[in-house]
Design a protein. Structure first.
Length: 156
C-alpha cells in the first residue's frame, strides 16, 4: 500500500511511534441505497473508503480522490456526517497512528465499483441488511451517515 511522501519523511524522524494524522472517509450510497465497501489489503477486513489528505488538500476533494483511487467510483460529497478520532491503529509494519477523521456522506455519480489500486482486495456494493462483518469504527460512520439530512455527529 503506498504511503504518502510526507508521512514517509515523518516516519524517518519518529520511526514507528504514534502519529496524529488527518483522515477522511466516505459512506457512499448508490441509487439502490447500497453502500460501497472495500476489503482492505493491509488488514483484510471490510471498510468504507478512506485515506489521508495530501498536504494542503481540502477534505472534500481528498475523499473524492480517495474513493476513485480505491474503487473507480465517482462521488459527490453531500454532507459531513461525523467527525471522530480513531482508536490507535498499528499497521502490519509496526507504524502506529490515530486519525482525526472527517466522514462524508457521498452519492455515487458514475464509474463501476472495482479494485482500482493495491489498497483493496475486493470492492462491492452492499445492501444495508446484508453487510459483511464490520468493525465498530466503520459501523459508527455508517450509522451516522444514514440520516440523509441530519447534522454532523461528533463525540464530546
Amino acid at each position: 500500500m503506498p504511503v504518502d511522501d510526507f508521512i514517509l519523511r515523518l516516519r524517518e524522524k519518529v520511526g514507528h511511534d504514534p502519529l496524529w494524522l488527518p483522515g477522511v472517509s466516505a459512506v457512499v450510497f448508490n441509487e439502490a441505497g447500497e453502500i460501497l465497501l472495500g476489503q482492505r489489503a493491509d488488514f483484510g477486513y471490510w471498510s468504507i473508503p478512506a485515506g489521508v489528505p495530501d498536504p494542503g488538500e481540502e477534505p472534500a476533494a481528498a475523499i473524492v480522490r480517495e474513493v476513485y483511487e480505491e474503487t473507480a467510483v465517482h462521488v459527490v460529497p453531500e454532507r459531513i456526517s461525523s467527525v471522530t478520532v480513531t482508536p490507535e491503529v498499528v499497521y502490519p509494519n509496526g507504524d502506529a497512528c490515530r486519525y482525526m477523521n472527517v466522514t462524508f456522506r457521498c452519492r455515487a455519480t458514475g464509474g463501476v465499483a472495482k479494485v482500482n489500486d493495491d489498497e483493496s482486495l475486493a470492492v462491492g456494493w452492499f445492501r444495508l441488511d446484508d453487510l459483511p462483518d464490520l468493525n465498530d469504527t466503520t459501523r459508527v460512520r455508517i450509522d451516522r451517515a444514514l440520516a440523509a439530512d441530519g447534522p454532523a455527529w461528533f463525540a464530546s
